[in-house]
Design a protein around this ligand. Structure first.
Ligand code: FES
Length: 414
């Protein structure tokens, strides 16, 4: 029996409302199938437009086996290219980021334009057709300052995501921000454990004293059910909509993404220890209004986000191995905000720096316990863990559909 068939059988027979079986969190073969089914197939949030502000700026990103270069060309367009030279396959860019006029492969100096077209080679003969050997493109789209890429040959339609989330995000002017701070941490746990921990606040009171100063514990806020029935949240949406901000809860029918505005604890304006705004300059006129709380967006499998009136925070989830996941947090502020004058970096980043490290410890303890042969799937708490159940259901249903698709590429571990 192939790994794909084994996973399919296990997911079809899994107990609803229970955690997954151990190999889904630990097994290297299951992990490779997950990468094929999700990270090599879906749209992935990878970076922000403001990280490539000028022509010639580039970033490199490793996603499983794929190395990808993001460039901003002289035409100001952001593109994604496979970082594998068309001569003998060397990585063209080894740096994490930089600025360059051309992409020059360090091995034999084949030279590519920022759009990936091959411009210069030595001694390849007069008949050599450079047009055949450009760097391979990767699907790339920016949605209101969020760069998404798709590694699949045929990308799913991004329009449903773009059309739905763009009106919510636009007032926060993410393209007009700068990165105030970016941090990457490695959590020693499977990528699904990182998501499961993110999708509930059942653990918050006991683990996140800094976050709980401003972030409400209510399951209706973090989860996916009950928001529309909560009078406090309805009043919050009405307040936001009166100021021209899209606010109501939306979850895509397939469960892959959700967007909504939620109130912070009364009196709080931002994720700071005092609850006051961390940045003096607003992100935009519509966000310069008291009491707009946080705009929450998640898109599986790579990102969850908090947009506030004064700054925005994105989170990117990239698996490094079956039991290792990189979580990158980016704090964005208006691009004309000056550190030390308009914001204090420690005040801006304190809450989520601590919260991230607390979450890392939680995920790692969860992973250690699951590694024990004594582990068996346990029941989620319906009242407080509806968001986790939704994530696991999305994962299981999507996996079943893709594992059953005989037209899908054969597993490299089958
Ligand atoms: Fe890139 Fe030879 S491998 S120039």
């Amino acid at each position: 029996m192939t790994i794909r068939q084994k996973m399919l059988d296990e997911l079809k027979n899994r107990r609803d409302g229970f955690t997954l079986a151990r190999p889904f969190y630990t097994d290297p073969d299951y992990f490779r199938v997950d990468m094929e089914n999700f990270y090599y197939r879906d749209w992935l949030f990878v970076a922000h437009d403001c990280e490539l502000p000028r022509p010639g700026n580039y970033l490199t990103i490793q996603i499983g086996d794929y190395s990808v270069i993001l460039t901003r060309g002289r035409d100001k367009v952001i593109r994604a290219l496979h970082n594998s030279c068309r001569h003998r396959g060397s990585r063209v860019c080894a740096n994490e980021k930089g600025t360059t006029a051309k992409l020059v492969c360090p091995y034999h100096q084949w030279t590519y334009d920022l759009d990936g077209s091959l411009q210069y080679v030595r001694h390849m003969g007069e008949d050599f057709d450079k047009a055949q050997y450009g760097l391979k493109p990767v699907h790339c789209e920016s949605i209101e300052g969020y760069i998404f890429i798709c590694l699949a040959e045929h990308a799913p339609d991004i329009a449903p995501l773009r059309d739905r989330i763009a009106p919510y995000i636009a007032p926060h002017n993410i393209r007009e921000t700068k990165v105030a701070f970016k941090s990457s941490i490695v959590e020693k746990g499977n990528w699904k454990l990182v998501w499961e921990n993110n999708r509930e606040c059942y653990h918050c009171a006991a683990n996140h004293p800094e976050l709980c100063r401003t972030y409400p514990e209510a399951a209706s806020v973090t989860g996916v059910q009950g928001m529309a029935d909560d009078p406090e949240i309805q009043a919050h949406w009405a307040h936001c909509e009166a100021g021209g901000l899209e606010a109501k809860f939306f979850i895509n029918p397939d469960g892959q993404f959700r967007i909504t505005r939620m109130p912070l604890i009364p009196g709080a304006e931002s994720y700071t220890m005092s609850g006051q705004r961390a940045v003096k300059k607003p992100m935009g006129p519509k966000t310069n209004v008291a009491g707009i709380g946080a705009l929450l967006l998640f898109h599986y499998p790579t990102t969850w986000n908090h947009f506030l009136g004064d700054h925005a925070i994105s989170f990117r989830v990239l698996p490094l191995g079956p039991e290792e996941t990189e979580v990158t947090t980016t704090w964005m502020v208006p691009k004309d905000a000056v550190e030390g004058i308009d914001y204090d970096l420690e005040e801006l980043t304190h809450v989520w720096t601590f919260t991230n490290d607390q979450d890392r410890q939680i995920v790692e303890e969860n992973a250690r316990g699951i590694r024990s042969p004594a582990y068996e799937p346990g029941p989620y708490c319906e009242e407080d863990e509806g968001g986790v159940m939704q994530f696991v259901e999305w994962y299981a249903n999507t996996s079943i559909s893709r594992l059953s698709d005989t037209a899908a590429p054969l597993s490299i571990v089958a």
